[in-house]
Write a protein that binds this ligand. Sequence first.
Ligand code: ZN
Ligand code: ZN
Ligand code: FE
Length: 702
Amino acid sequence: MGAPPLAVVERLGVEQVPLRRETGFRIVPSESSAPAATMVAPDSATCSDCLAELFDPADRRYRYAFINCTNCGPRFTILARVPYDRANTSMSAFAMCEECAREYLDPTDRRHHAEPTCCPACGPTLRLLDAEGRRLEGDAVSGAASMIRDGAILAVKGLGGYHLAADATNEAAVGALRARKHREDRPFALMVADLGSARALCTLTPEEEVLLAGPRRPIVLLERRPCAEVAPAVAPTSRRLGLMLAYTPLHHLLAREIGRPFVLTSGNVSDEPIAYRDEDAEARLARIADGFVVHDRAILVRADDSVTQSFRGRELVIRRSRGHAPAPVPLRICGARSVLGCGAELKHTFCVTRGRHAFLSQHIGDLENYETLRSFTDGVEHLCRLLEVRPGLVAHDLHPEYLSTKYALSLEDVETLAVQHHHAHIASCLADNGHSGPVIGVAFDGLGYGPDGTAWGGELLVADLTAFERAGHLETVALPGGVRAIREPWRMAAAWLDAVLGDEVPEDLAVVRRNRARWADVVAIARSGLASPTTSSAGRLFDAVAAIVGVRDAVNYEGQAAVELEQLADASLADAYPVPLEASAGRRQAGPLVLAAGELVRAVVEDVRAGVEAPVVSARFHNGLAGAVVAACEALRARAGLSLVALSGGVFQNRLLLERVVTGLESLEFQVLLHSRVPPNDGGISLGQVAVASARDARRRR
Ligand code: ZN
Ligand code: ZN
Ligand code: FE
């Protein structure tokens, strides 16, 4: 007999135990294992057995939206406290009927000790409400499906929060959803019933099919078919679609009755966290939704959908949330104390350790408002309660203004430790691979606070878990206007063009003409250094090039220009712009290498002026930057004696850059560590922080 579908074998051990001299066969209750060793399971998609029952007219749970069993169903999102017993979940409000209780107690039944088990006679019920919250008569699923088919936007209560649903083939409905949600052009995720429907929209590799159909059911980013029948407003600027398969019984019922792909996006207005409490959802979504599909099983923990993609047949997670959280990542080195990692700011997560396990939280969101901050601080308390730990060591980012840093420094009776942002990125990649270094770490991202007070973001570190040295970085430039430069990539173009060409910036360049009114001001800001920190950011270099190429001058979400620049590239091209390596102007002989990206910008400008097409410029840019990374690693191998490279930071979600860098490094016989289970973006920072803090704690004890 195989292990149950959701079982995870962590370790195999052999142990001698004294004979007990039992003579008959009986089932005895477990001897209480140490309570502090309980693991909290992630939520899991409806299993195939439950799915068969759901659509079997003879089954007593036929079309019952809350069917689940030992092998599937809600876990983390319904759990108030440990141990994981029904009484400690939001199912405590429902007394099991006789038949459910019989199954629950029967060791041969699939629902033996399935804590959230229920049926139409005893479990939660579904209701369909109109926009004013009045209950609509009739079957809730059929009513909801026909409303969606008719172009309505419905709020649907899910596992970890409310979603908004709309017919993905209906341009007017999807457009209305964008307008009401204030979401300009960031792609919406789609839900489909099964793999067959997914194949009709996107080309799938076998690995992508496994990701789609696995028990975690993340949103998978996939290459869309040109003929895919999806309204343009779903993903206006993207060659890819984010698809997920139905993962709760309610989704399966809806997907089957709607009969076509539907948008299923988080229930919120633009940047707010996803709504998960009923009253809150009804208040916040009333102006967006034409109706509500609700039920009376409370969601106790907010959890967004996870997002993932496949790279070279391996998973490369982008957002690790529902279905993952709170499954632990094992640490190679740990001290005696429980450690809390407070994360960074954008795509925030936190992380708590117990023994050698690092429990990474679900996605919290961008820590920029009170609601997400509350979600973070409440989340820390909740997870510590579930794990029965009190962290004595608290790791945080170096950035003094991050809310996560301020939170860490406000805690009493704990020791705090600042971990540099890019060191945390590399440590998280090491932890993701069960490695402890030393390694050449390439951390390319948007921005992170450097120990010298400048904004780092194109870093080559020689690092292990306890320490790092900045061994190289991208050429630096001004960040004119600070955070405004993130929202307006043309400002980065102005900074780079001024740095490279000074007063020789060609007036006829399109990016200059488009922004002529403010160009001189921004250049003056960049030169003055006022409100213009110095940065070595790789993400901002992508922004600058995207603006020069004409992709866009302003973005609606972080990284948008870079994503669009990547999608534009003609990946069949191999030629590249030059990026010389220079020794930095420091006095020390072995100062950091500088990747002279200015040469690359100069070449972009020449090509754009010569009328070279954007897909060609984009490809040459990607290839040039990748070549520079590979050359820098080669130079550092000679210097540091290391042939192991770790790639981290949000820029390495770019699969074209990643492909070129990995291919280049492997051709030089480097061993390359990539992210897989933990995102390369700032969602992985909290894990990196605890990996560093734990390793330092362990070293100190020795
Ligand atoms: Zn099941
Ligand atoms: Zn029942
Ligand atoms: Fe970062």
